[in-house]
Design a protein around this ligand. Structure first.
Ligand code: PLP
Length: 413
């Protein structure tokens, strides 16, 4: 498939990030820390760009998946726009130089302050999710004499067959407007003087690895277009493109998705927008962590890491599985009930259970893989632990792109 190239991999028994053995980084930087491959980031962005090259979509990187400024700068250089969901993300997008004309603002609970900022910056689209929000956007636009471009998010009643906590497209979810409400709101907007209805947007959830739900989404959009006869300038298909989290796992077939979209867009003069997060950033990152203690208890081997659920919340929040790899591979194995856990005072603070793992000892390092998306961005100071460093690797070079939070800063906040 289009995204096969893997820049974080075993080379001669060393887990490497591009040309750099990860154990070298583990000796240099205080663990735990996130480490990203720039080549992988470029590879992924270009994979999306190439798959859809015939329709030249606007690719709005979903900043919620990873908001590191250095990574955002790299994406900006590649031509990415941004999907933002808060004033903070909006300011970060503009700070790295992403043009407002490539920014879409999503979210069901935008505040007045956020809407005012988005209007003033003249973002490409504010994707509204309720009639109240539309009224507020109109009111603020009127006050500052601007005609604002908006989209409406459709709830297409399509579920992505993904984990229930990352599924957003079902009719019982809080997102978007269901068919009837969507149609009614279109009529109301046509009478609002300070709004231009330019977009229809959808996002049915994350980590979707099969094109079928996307196909259903496209027919739901066609149904709206046929009914309203609106020639939407932008059709925003959201993100959700799934990646593989294991060696044999599947990822979304971009080629198939592109074929569907190409067919859908034929005879329409709308521009397609995508909001991918995970597909672009997910496999670029690894979380490097040290084994603090190994504890035998009740016929189990607990491997206690210095990274916890505050650093990587996906396993606790979504039952997500991130493969754990030793930084140096050997052929001696430990068998039995092995459980990798973090140091946090929560029983949900566990990463994976294994029946077989390479023999490791206290002080060794391991890497949690595919943590570039919703890793650092979902992290917290829970248990009053500092936010950790982020490192980027380019070839054999490495540098810090976010410092570990100092104890002083942590304690005084
Ligand atoms: N767009 C919207 C509106 C979202 O809510 C999300 C994620 O939750 C995304 C895009 C990005 O999704 P993904 O990382 O699966 O591509």
């Amino acid at each position: 498939s289009l995204n096969k190239m893997n820049y974080i991999r075993l080379r001669k028994n060393n887990l490497c990030v591009e040309n750099l053995p990860a154990h070298k980084l583990a000796k240099k930087y205080k663990t735990p820390f996130y480490c990203y491959s720039l080549a992988q980031l470029k590879n992924n962005y270009h994979a999306v760009n190439n798959a859809f090259k015939t329709i030249k979509p606007i690719i709005c990187f979903s900043i919620k998946s990873n908001s590191n400024l250095a990574l955002l700068k790299e994406l900006k250089k590649m031509g990415a726009g941004a999907d933002v969901v808060s004033i903070g993300e909006l300011l970060k997008a503009t700070k790295v130089g992403i043009s407002a004309k490539k920014i879409v603002f999503s979210g069901i609970g935008k505040t007045e302050e956020e809407i005012r900022m988005a209007i003033k910056k003249r973002v490409l689209l504010i994707n509204a999710e309720s009639e109240s929000e539309v009224n507020l956007i109109n009111k603020i636009s009127k006050k500052i004499s601007i005609k604002t471009s908006i989209g409406i998010r459709l709830n297409p009643n399509v579920t992505g067959k993904t984990h229930k906590k990352i599924s957003t497209g079902g009719k019982n979810e809080k997102f978007g407007l269901v068919y009837k409400d969507f149609i009614n709101l279109c009529k109301k907007i046509s009478k609002m003087k300070n709004l231009k209805l330019e977009g229809i947007s959808v996002h049915i959830g994350s980590q979707i690895t099969n094109v079928k739900p996307f196909k259903e989404v496209l027919s739901a959009i066609n149904k709206i277009i046929n009914k309203t006869k609106i020639n939407f300038k932008f059709i925003d298909l959201g993100g959700g493109m799934g990646i593989s989290y294991t060696k044999k796992g599947r990822q979304l077939n971009l080629k198939q998705y592109a074929q569907l979209v190409n067919k859908f867009i034929k005879n329409k003069n709308s521009k397609i927008i995508f909001e991918p997060g995970r597909f672009i950033i997910g496999n670029t990152g690894i979380l490097i962590t040290k084994v603090i203690y190994i504890k035998k208890s009740n016929a189990k081997n607990f491997i206690i890491l210095d990274a916890g659920m505050n650093n990587l919340m996906r396993p606790a929040l979504y039952d997500a599985h991130h493969q754990i790899l030793p930084l140096k591979k050997t052929n001696n194995f430990l068998k039995g009930n092995i459980e990798f856990v973090g140091p946090i005072c929560e029983s949900a603070d566990k990463f994976s259970k294994e029946k077989r793992f390479q023999k490791i000892k206290e002080g060794d390092f391991v890497g949690l893989t595919n943590v570039g998306a919703y890793g650092m961005s979902l992290s917290s100071n829970y248990n009053t632990r500092p936010t950790i460093a982020e490192i980027i690797v380019k070839g054999s070079k490495h540098k810090i792109i976010r410092k570990r939070q100092s104890l002083q800063n942590l304690v005084n906040n």
